[in-house]
Design a protein around this ligand. Sequence first.
Ligand code: SAM
Ligand code: SF4
Length: 326
Amino acid sequence: MTLIDQFGRTIQYLRISVTDRCNFRCRYCMPLEGLPWLPKSDILSYEEIAEVVRQLAPLGLRRVRLTGGEPTIRPQVSRLVAMLRAVPQVEDIALSTNGVKLPGLASELAAAGLDRVNISADSLRADRIVAIARRDLGFDPVQAAMAAESAGLDPIKLNVVVMRGTNDDEVVDFARLTLEHPWHVRFIELMPVGEMETLTDEHVVPSDEVLSRISTALGRLEASGGPARGNGPAAYWRLAGARGTIGVITPMTHTYCGSCNRVRLTADGRLRTCLFGDHEVDLRTPLRSGIPLEPFVRQAMAEKPQAHALLSRRNGGLRALSQVGG
Ligand code: SAM
Ligand code: SF4
């Protein structure tokens, strides 16, 4: 059985926000004072999240990603990974993290059944990391990626949100990492969503510019198939002789809604069919009443919008990507 939306897109991929909280306050994502956090009783337990996945699996769900907020700050997140690993239809379990806790957690997550990891890393310079994340937690992106690699997580992706005047002078340094390491460095166009007082359209750096700066400094980029698993909306390139690849994710300059195969589960159990749309279906109420979820999921699919409205400045009332798992 498959879940097909009204535009013929097959839905196989669920992004699960396990918490709306975070130990960082990235300038493009969360206000410094934080957000009004969800009450604990509204947040799905690990058992409830696993039950949603168990009910979606026979409908065609094959890939899940744990995200947030910061998923690694929720206690015992490996326990959830193990529960999802036990669902036979689930082929791929990934994690999106700011990487702070990876050196201590990567082996435990891998042992629980995590396949792969995306690490957000907006700078390679310690002072800049603190200026962007607005927390000094001693984060070192290279150390986090090496910890993930030694734990056997594969592929390893580093996600860089490029901001003009803040970190755009580091794109070549990030690209250089792919010469030495088998990592996939992906440059993401800044999205003007939520409450970023100081970041505007002027800070968006089009991905074409990022690629041209890299090829000017480091030589020709060959189009590449990218990592074997989880290609999603990125386009990939490779420097001659490089072990890793360079990807670009272009929500602002080229939309990829036509091939969107994903839906999102918020930490409080709402199924959100588009990152920026305001279509949400409550799964928590039926789940807690023991009512089967399939009709609610099919309703959500029928309402999945054709494309997001971000370019026309409508973001579905979203205050921050952390509220829906990015
Ligand atoms: N805390 C985890 C992390 O940072 O990877 C997972 C949640 S975070 C919301 C998911 C992704 O969204 C991160 O890669 C982050 O850089 C990205 N993101 C958040 N706000 C963004 C924005 N305004 N524009 C572009 N990317 C954004
Ligand atoms: Fe936290 Fe990730 Fe948002 Fe940064 S991007 S504030 S790490 S949720």
